[in-house]
Design a protein around this ligand. Structure first.
Ligand SMILES: [Fe+2]
Length: 189
């Protein structure tokens, strides 16, 4: 998992939006998490992602080390449906319960399969998406746009947002900061 952390840091430290949102100082201690799988996590390594020169090294590291990750799902099947549960998953790379410990921020690697609707949802923590590969339509109450590799999207505290993946899976690097860091997102619909 150190490889994933190193490649994520390379992207982070070269992107002013990511740096301005939050940054980490010094080295991070490993939480020595036990790997887990979900239905969706088995799809992460099989997918081909439309990426950019900057994001390819992190995508390759994620695929190579996917079997070391503690893959999770945020929502129950009754909230989001079986298809979404089977084809969405994430792991916490950095954070209180992440592969590397930090109590001020959280960094996630998230996967969604193609043609999935991520319902309107919100969370107290502020959030910055950075797309690694694939494309999806992102929505807030005021903005709707298609994001591709290297694009970012900011969400304020409790700002409701939704997403539709297009004809390909999407892989994203997501940062959280501020109040509610330890709480989960909730479905708003
Ligand atoms: Fe979010």
């Amino acid at each position: 998992m150190y490889q994933v952390l190193e490649k994520a840091k390379l992207i982070w430290e070269a992107n002013s939006e990511l740096i301005d949102f939050c940054h980490i100082e010094g080295s991070l201690l490993s939480n020595n998490l036990t790997p887990t799988t979900t239905a969706g996590s088995l799809l992460v390594t099989k997918a081909e992602y439309r990426a950019s020169k900057k994001t390819i090294p992190l995508i390759q590291a994620i695929k190579k080390h996917a079997h070391e990750a503690r893959w999770l799902q945020t929502y129950s099947t009754s909230e989001v449906g079986k298809d979404f549960s089977n084809r969405h998953c994430y792991f916490e790379l950095i954070g209180p319960k992440g592969h590397f410990y930090n109590d001020k921020i959280r960094a996630f690697i998230c996967y969604w399969g193609k043609h999935l609707n991520y319902k309107w949802h919100s969370h107290e923590a502020e959030e910055l998406y950075y797309v690694l590969g694939g494309q999806a339509t992102f929505r807030t109450m005021t903005v709707e746009k298609v994001l591709k590799a290297g694009d970012t999207q900011f969400h304020k505290s409790w700002e409701s947002h939704s997403m539709d993946t297009l004809e390909e899976p999407i892989l994203a690097f997501i940062l959280w900061r501020g109040n509610g860091l330890n709480k989960l997102a909730k479905i708003d619909e």
